[in-house]
Design a protein around this ligand. Structure first.
Ligand SMILES: CC(=O)[C@@H](O)[C@H](O)COP(=O)(O)O
Ligand SMILES: NCC(=O)COP(=O)(O)O
Length: 260
C-alpha cells in the first residue's frame, strides 16, 4: 500500500452569520446578537467566521463587521473572512479591519444572493491591483469562482492565494443522477486550482446532506463557508430545548401565582 506523503489537511468550517443579522434586523432589540452567535459557533469548534456585508446592509451592517473583528481578536488561530465585491464596499472594510481572508465575489449591488464567479480574462485588469493591495495589507485573497478548470491558472495569475468554488450547482444536483457528474466537475476544478498553486475553498448551499461527499471527493478543500443551511439547522436543532425553557417560565409563573 502506498502511503500519502502528507496527511490531508482537515477542512476548516467558517460559519457565515449573515442570516443571524437578517433576523436581528427585523426589530430594534439587538437579538439575535450576531457577535453572540459567532462566539457560540467558535466555542463549538468552528474554525472561522464569515460575513458578506452587502452594500444595502440587508443583513450584516457595518457595525457588525467591526464588532466581529474585535471578537476574533479574542480567538487566536480562528479566521475572519469578509466576502464582497471589491468594487463596492469591501475594500474599505479590508483596509480598516485586515481580516485573515478577503473573498472577492462579483455580485451586483442588489443581487439576491451570489450566483456566479469571476471570469477571466475579462476581470483580470481590475482585480490584480486590488488583490495586490490586500496582500500588502497582509490579507489572504480568495476569488469566488465557477468550477471551470481552465479558469484557475488565470485566478493565480492575478495574485490570488485561493479560490472559493461556488457550490450551488453541486448542491442542486445532490441526490439526483447528476450528483456524480457534478462532483467530478468540482474535483477537476479543485485539482486545476491546486496545480496552479492555489488553495481551495468552497461554499454556497452546502449542508448536512451534501457536505461529506464534497469533502471526500474534491481534493484539498481547505475551508468551507456555510451560512444559510447551518443557521436554519441551528434553529431547528434548538427548538426543543427552547420550547422547554419557555414552558419552564410559564410553569414558574403559574407555581408562584398558586402559592401567593
Ligand atoms: C459568496 C457566497 O457564496 C454567498 O453565499 C454569500 O455569502 C451569501 O450571501 P447571502 O447570505 O446574502 O445570500
Ligand atoms: N461563501 C459562502 C458562504 O459564506 C455561505 O453560503 P451559504 O451557506 O449561505 O449558501
Amino acid at each position: 500500500m502506498t502511503m500519502p506523503l502528507h496527511a490531508p489537511q482537515r477542512t476548516a468550517l467558517s460559519v457565515n452569520v449573515n442570516k443571524v443579522a437578517l433576523v436581528r434586523n427585523t426589530r430594534h432589540l439587538g437579538i439575535p446578537s450576531v457577535t453572540r452567535a459567532a462566539e457560540l459557533c467558535l466555542q463549538a469548534g468552528a474554525q472561522g467566521i464569515t460575513v458578506h456585508p452587502r452594500p444595502d446592509e440587508r443583513h450584516i451592517r457595518s457595525q457588525d463587521v467591526f464588532e466581529l473583528a474585535a471578537l476574533m481578536k479574542a480567538w487566536p488561530g480562528r479566521e475572519y473572512n469578509i466576502e464582497g465585491n471589491p468594487s463596492q464596499n469591501l475594500m474599505d472594510f479590508i483596509r480598516q479591519v485586515r481580516p485573515h481572508q478577503a473573498t472577492f465575489v462579483p455580485d451586483s449591488e442588489d443581487q439576491f444572493t451570489s450566483d456566479h464567479g469571476w471570469s477571466f480574462p475579462q476581470d483580470a485588469g481590475r482585480l490584480a491591483p486590488l488583490v495586490a493591495e490586500c496582500k500588502a495589507l497582509g490579507v489572504r485573497v480568495s476569488l469566488f469562482m465557477d468550477p471551470i478548470p481552465e479558469q484557475m491558472a488565470a485566478a493565480r495569475a492575478v495574485g490570488a492565494d485561493r479560490v472559493e468554488l461556488y457550490t450551488e450547482p453541486y448542491a442542486a444536483a445532490w441526490g439526483t443522477p447528476r450528483q456524480s457528474i457534478e462532483l467530478k466537475r468540482y474535483a477537476a476544478a479543485a485539482q486545476a486550482a491546486l496545480d496552479a498553486g492555489l488553495g481551495v475553498n468552497a461554499g454556497h448551499d452546502l449542508n448536512r446532506d451534501n457536505l461529506a461527499a464534497f469533502v471526500r471527493e474534491v481534493p484539498g478543500v481547505l475551508e468551507v463557508s456555510i451560512g444559510h443551511a447551518l443557521i436554519a439547522d441551528a434553529l431547528e436543532l434548538g427548538y426543543g430545548a427552547t420550547v422547554q425553557a419557555y414552558l419552564g417560565c410559564i410553569e414558574a409563573g403559574f407555581a408562584s401565582t398558586s402559592n401567593s
